[in-house]
Design a protein around this ligand. Sequence first.
Ligand code: SOE
Length: 358
Amino acid sequence: MRVGIVGTGFMARVHAHAVRAAGGRVTRVAGSSPSRAREVAADLRAEQASASVEDLVADPDVDVVSVCTPNHLHVPMATAALAAGRHVVCEKPLALDPEDAGRLAGLAADSGKVHAVPFVYRFYPTVREARERIARGDAGRLWLLHGSYLQDWLASASATNWRVDTGRGGASRAFADIGVHWCDLMEFVTGHRIVALSAAVARAHEARGETATPVATEDGASVLFRTDRGALGSVLVSQVSPGRKNALTFSFDGTEASFAFDQQQPETLWVGGTTGNRIVQRDPEHLSGPAGRYAVLPPGHPQGYQDCFNGFYTDVASAVAGAQADGLPTFEEGARAARITAAVVASADTGDWVDVPA
Ligand code: SOE
């Protein structure tokens, strides 16, 4: 699997490691300029730097294009890659609005090519174990789905980033950036689908950066939702919660058992019951098949975020080879995330409950 990476930031590095872990080659890197591409290609040990994105997507030595750029460039770059007949991995959010996301998902579906969005938290073995146990009925009827995703990298008013800028990041920031991970994970693990939601957003800082630039995007969001199977849920999202780094947590509570997970302690899954609780270890010997597939190290050697990306690209490589694994997040999941985000923005604007299209 020969991969051309578009983008030169933190995610490009994570994607490059994962491509190699999956047995692929990083054959090209393109960036905001030829010189930046050369610098990062050397840093990532890519085989060549491409002078432009156009050169990269046209290069016969590229099977898969991985779009790791700021959000506003995702649609044009993924569209160009599909038009050139390449498979595409595109970082979330797929697009800044649901219409563009839907069009891109349609293009991808019609292309017959592999198309994937790295909702990578699906690839923790303990998450897959929760999904398997819930699917076989261990939770009973799930009725309360709750959790949060809290970070602190934007806690200071001096901290800023292209994600803060509406033009490059989109109308929503905290929810579009990390709330979508939580919602994808909830829907993937439980099989429920959000059908309506009520959201409120807030800002800790009205201006950011050295020039005190006014901010129009949210630092945090609180979302109440109902699902197609009658459950009630809530998720709290923040990028200004000091001490919380990537504190994605969920608790999915059923009539028989509750399943809880903490992304900062991913080696275990908590299973709550009225007569006692259990801690399920990430032990390949004792996980279900679909979970064990991603448990690549013996218990006691912790797996983490990069291992999730490695598992994601292993499944991308399988799909490129014609064997798509269960649970690969595609552009359809990217389009769904854009629909949920648009509902959050609309509800936060009006204060009303907003339906989320199927
Ligand atoms: C920044 O909030 C970020 O890198 C997100 O963009 C990623 O999607 C998330 O997995 C980690 O935090």
